[in-house]
Design a protein around this ligand. Structure first.
Ligand code: IPD
Ligand code: CA
Ligand code: CA
Ligand code: CA
Length: 262
């Protein structure tokens, strides 16, 4: 295991334990951000503060991008990409699918990723070129699944206008696939493709902190990850599936969702 992965996992586990311990009393302290559906709890902020403190103590000078505090300018070519709670709405409601996601990027390439799902006792890890793991189990995504037999995960952004279009798109995807899941955490959705718990995943409007660690888990499991029309994964579009299904899902989504800004 690389030193980066070891440190990222240690920190993600510590944050997860803190969140599990404090959730019963503190998760209801909420504010809203971009819209009334976009919530942040006091524990999202506390988790990010703890993670930043640990990274800085171990590796002073590395840059850190986190959902709640953004990114301070810096010179280092090492950048930590942190979602202190991915799946805040699940966390708020006591549903188990929320995660602490930490990725380490060196010179613009993610080399290590951890997605800790504390309420399920599951930790996904990946190091570039060394495979993806769920605990001690090596992950391989499902292969050879045709679109009509594929279980597809997706998510919806917080803005109302975007949700309307996402609702129209999902209504057209639903009759063409086995079924749809809306799990509530982009990081877990992508790791679920790696683990064969989903066949594919797509979403518009996710951010680097949502997918950075999970995308490495997925590619190391054999899945393909990207955007529409050969572009890289990004806020514009995130798509993940085994090769073959990736192209089928891509072509369907490209025909349904021609970059309408939603
Ligand atoms: C959200 C989750 C959700 C996705 C949203 C994200 P947050 O992250 O990943 O599944 O649909 O687009 O913003 O706000 O819970 O960290
Ligand atoms: Ca959020
Ligand atoms: Ca997130
Ligand atoms: Ca978050």
């Amino acid at each position: 295991m690389t030193d980066f992965l070891r440190l990222a996992e240690e920190i993600a586990r510590e944050a997860g334990e803190m969140l599990l311990a404090k959730r019963p009393t503190m998760s209801r302290e909420i504010e809203t951000k971009s819209s009334p559906t976009d919530v942040v709890t006091a524990l999202d902020k506390a988790s990010e503060a703890l993670i930043r403190e640990r990274i800085t103590a171990a590796r002073p000078g590395d840059r850190i991008l986190g959902e709640e505090q953004g990114e301070a300018p810096g010179e280092s070519d090492v950048r930590w990409i942190v979602d202190p709670i991915d799946g805040t709405v699940n966390f708020l409601y006591g549903l188990p699918d929320w995660a602490v996601s930490i990725a380490v990027e060196v010179a613009g390439e993610v080399v290590a990723g951890v997605v800790n799902v504390p309420a399920r006792g599951e930790v996904y890890t990946a190091a570039r070129g060394e495979g993806a793991w769920l605990g001690g189990e090596r992950l391989h995504c499902n292969t050879g699944v045709p679109l009509p037999q594929a279980l597809i995960g997706t998510g919806f952004g917080y803005a109302k206008a975007r949700r309307e279009v996402q609702g129209e798109v999902v209504a057209k995807v639903l009759p063409r696939v086995r079924d749809i899941r809306r799990g509530g955490s982009c990081a877990i959705d992508i790791c679920s493709v790696a683990a064969g718990r989903l066949d594919g995943y797509y979403e518009r409007g996710v951010n680097k902190w949502d997918f950075a660690a999970a995308a490495l888990v997925a590619t190391e499991s054999g899945a393909r990850i990207g955007g529409l029309h050969g572009r890289p994964i990004g806020p514009e579009f995130a798509l993940c599936a085994a090769p073959g299904l990736f192209e089928e899902l891509h072509d369907l989504l490209a025909s349904l969702d021609p970059l309408r800004g939603a």
